[in-house]
Design a protein around this ligand. Structure first.
Ligand code: ATP
Length: 708
């Protein structure tokens, strides 16, 4: 049914849309003015570093006000797009440095934020005691962005400060509000308050180091040991003796190596003011750094791999990059602390008119939506917002609270009533685990049973992301907006997974814009205008099929286009199926078109092979009975078959690979997005990136500027 709701045939000209890079100039033809820099601000394009990161634009398109760089320099060498790396003007940027040029040492200080008036500041002169690494041996993802040591705040720890609760830093991207120009005081996108991992090579043992502070450790109930909070760096060394030795290099004693849990942390004071972390430089050398929780947050999965260097007196080289990126460990989610609602009592609202159901219900058990009628003795029906398999969603005016709400009125049929009880249970679980709604899932406001319809009351929001696309002639979202939307989606899904829930029906229809207000703009070289969203804040909806991981799983879930291969193959599904759906949504935001437009299993698998690559033998179980109907004995997909329509074969043949889809520009933002998608579209669900890991992907590291 969902498939037929869609009209995806009007393919927009999205390939040419991105062909010349993301356009630099927009012409606003109605509504509010586009964000413009104040005339007092420095001419950003003239800055040497900016020049090398801004994409080449046709001269006629250059506009001082909108010519902000597309991307900040990206500090992960392994992922650094070659165009950015090679075009960096080393001579300009490094002229003030007295040591070998390091591209990451100075960019924070030297590159002004496009919206700040601050003139570029040269970085502080490097201390003779240390060198910020200039080698290529920067480990690859997953890893927090490097911020040069010289830019860390020198913040002495406050004495006798009460230990504060560990505060998790989030990656910098959240909802983007595009019409208002950012304040002139807005901090630089990559600031010292973002995740920091100092990277140091030492040539002196008397270095003094910037102060940082870790979240407080907790005293272990026995043996005078300390438990590390979950937010502690996972590389906290097990191979050095943790003596309090502020700013000194300690020779580690490999003989005393203990597993992490058994390390005696008794010498670490249970105080945020003086807590320190050892940065391992080799198995035998470490440096102790007092750390602040505001400037340090490691990624959840990073594990330090010590090298085999044993010479204590040598200048310690950077640890070699791991041979392959560390494989994300599939950790069992801690659902112990999850408050799971077990049963829901739905209050009954009596029908005072006591009418026959045929008056207010249609033959399918759907409630008839008649504007300006009374509903459940409290609401006035305004209009139909949407309808689906489960029921109708109606905009109503709440006479008690004096505001408009959305009410999902489930069909008056037992199986849908039961389904809505599950949805209510899920919504209550979400509310209990996220009372302040940080994770942007739809909030349950009220619920009741009226005329045999279970009704779920929520806040009223704008169009779904799909409706916005549709109303915008399927013109893709800008990368700037995709980054924001994708980040919010991963955040919501990471939360759901954390509390043991699999959404199972992620699709653009189930992502609501808080407001669909937009402005019409005309792009250069286009004779049509397009809508640009004012605010990308979203809410995740439709928990009607959400499933607790430890409870019964239906064999087939998800709307077809967004269905993961493990569901099709019937080999069991769990959290990773949501990640696959998110991948499909992100591609759809980028192209305007659903990625897998199909209604048949084998055709769907063939499409996946065309877009992502062949199923490998170890990628997904082929031995199981359920998969036999999809694969021939030689391992190829049973597609095409003798009865496969020629149209289908031609369509599958015409599909572009993921690389081809994203090859229309060489923008480094798009390169990073492609890298994220490659980690999402992994056939083996156990090897697929998790939502939590995705939040640390470099695509989200730097907020993209609002170029459309
Ligand atoms: N709070 C809301 N504010 C505005 N519109 C809403 C709201 N909730 C739902 N809608 C609209 O109603 C549509 C259907 O909602 P929902 O997906 O919850 O119903 P459903 O019956 O489960 O649908 P489906 O069968 O497609 O899964 C949404 O796509 C959206 O357009």
């Amino acid at each position: 049914m969902n498939a037929y709701k869609r009209r995806r045939n009007q393919a927009p000209d999205w390939q040419s849309y991105y062909k010349n890079g993301v356009p630099q100039e927009v012409i606003v033809i109605e509504d509010s003015a586009s964000p413009r820099l104040s005339p007092a601000l420095p001419a950003y394009p003239s800055h040497p570093i900016q020049r090398c990161f801004a994409p080449a634009a046709p001269p006629s398109m250059s506009s001082p006000s909108m010519n902000a760089p597309l991307l900040q320099p990206y500090p992960f060498q392994n992922h650094l797009p070659s165009d950015s790396r090679s075009s960096r003007p080393l001579s300009n940027a490094s002229s003030h440095l007295s040591h070998p040029y390091n591209p990451w040492l100075d960019y924070n200080a030297a590159l002004p934020h496009p919206y700040t008036t601050a003139a570029p500041q040269p970085p502080p002169a490097p201390s003779s005691a240390f060198l910020v690494s200039s080698s290529n041996a920067i480990p690859s993802y997953p890893h927090p962005p490097y911020v040069p040591l010289s830019n860390m705040p020198l913040r002495p720890p406050a004495q006798h400060q009460a230990p504060s609760a560990p505060q998790l830093l989030r990656p910098p991207v959240s909802a983007v509000h595009s019409p208002a120009p950012p304040s002139v005081n807005q901090p630089f996108p990559v600031s010292p308050s973002q995740p920091v991992l100092p990277r140091i090579s030492l040539n002196s043992s008397n270095a003094s180091y910037p102060k940082m502070q870790l979240p407080p450790v907790q005293h272990h109930h026995k043996e005078n040991q300390y438990d590390l909070p979950a937010s502690y760096p996972s590389f906290f060394p097990s191979h050095v003796s943790p003596h309090q030795n502020n700013g000194q290099i300690l020779p580690a004693n490999p003989v005393n190596q203990k597993p992490k849990e058994q390390v005696n942390y008794s010498s670490i004071p249970n105080s945020a003011s003086t807590a320190q972390a050892a940065i391992p430089l080799s198995p035998t050398l470490a440096v102790w750094l007092p750390m602040t929780q505001t400037n340090f947050q490691p990624p959840p999965t990073y594990t330090y791999q010590p090298s085999n260097v044993t010479n204590d007196s040598m200048v310690v080289p950077d640890p070699p990059p791991p041979a392959k990126p560390p494989q994300p460990k599939k950790r069992k989610r801690n659902t112990n602390s999850t408050k799971k609602v077990n049963c829901v009592n739905v209050p009954l609202v009596a029908d005072k008119l006591n009418l026959n159901s045929s008056v207010y219900d249609d033959d399918d058990g759907h409630y008839k939506v008649i504007p300006n009628t009374n509903f459940a003795e409290r609401y006035t029906v305004i209009r139909l917002l949407g309808h689906g398999t489960f029921g109708k969603v109606i905009q109503c005016y709440d006479q008690v609270q004096g505001r408009h709400v959305a009410i999902k009125v489930t069909r008056a049929i037992p199986k849908y009533r039961e389904a809505s009880l599950i949805e209510l249970r899920v919504l209550q679980t979400i509310s209990q685990n996220d009372p302040t709604n940080e994770n942007k899932c739809i909030e349950l406001k009220d619920y009741f049973d009226y005329r045999k319809h279970i009704c779920i009351v929520t806040d009223l929001f704008g169009w779904s992301v799909f409706d916005f696309l549709k109303n915008n002639n399927y013109i893709p979202f800008s990368l700037f907006h995709i980054q924001s939307l994708a980040h919010q989606l991963f955040k919501s899904v990471a939360f759901l997974h954390e509390i043991g829930l699999v959404h199972t029906d992620l699709k653009p229809e189930n992502v609501l814009l808080v407001s669909n207000a937009s402005k019409n703009v005309r792009l250069p070289y286009r004779n049509y205008s397009q809508k640009i969203l004012n605010n990308t804040e979203i809410r995740l909806i439709d928990f009607g099929s959400a499933t607790f991981e430890d409870e019964y799983h239906s064999s087939v879930v998800s709307t077809r286009h967004y269905r993961a291969p493990e569901i099709i193959l019937g080999v069991g599904w769990s959290y990773p199926c949501d990640i696959w759906s998110l991948g499909c949504i992100i591609v759809e935001l980028f192209t305007g078109q659903a990625l897998f437009q199909t209604h048949e299993d084998n055709e769907h698998l063939a499409m996946m092979e065309k877009v992502i690559g062949p199923f490998s033998y170890d990628s997904i179980s082929r031995g199981s009975r359920s998969t036999q109907k999809f694969f021939r004995t030689n391992g190829s997909i049973k597609y095409p078959m003798s009865n496969t329509p020629k149209k289908s074969i031609a369509y599958v043949e015409s599909l572009q690979s993921l690389d081809q889809l994203f090859s229309s520009t060489t923008s480094s933002g798009i390169t990073l997005l492609l890298d994220l998608l490659r980690k999402i579209f992994v056939y083996d669900p156990a090897k697929r990136i998790t939502a939590k890991e995705a939040l640390w992907h470099p695509f989200f590291s730097n907020a993209l500027p609002p170029n459309f």
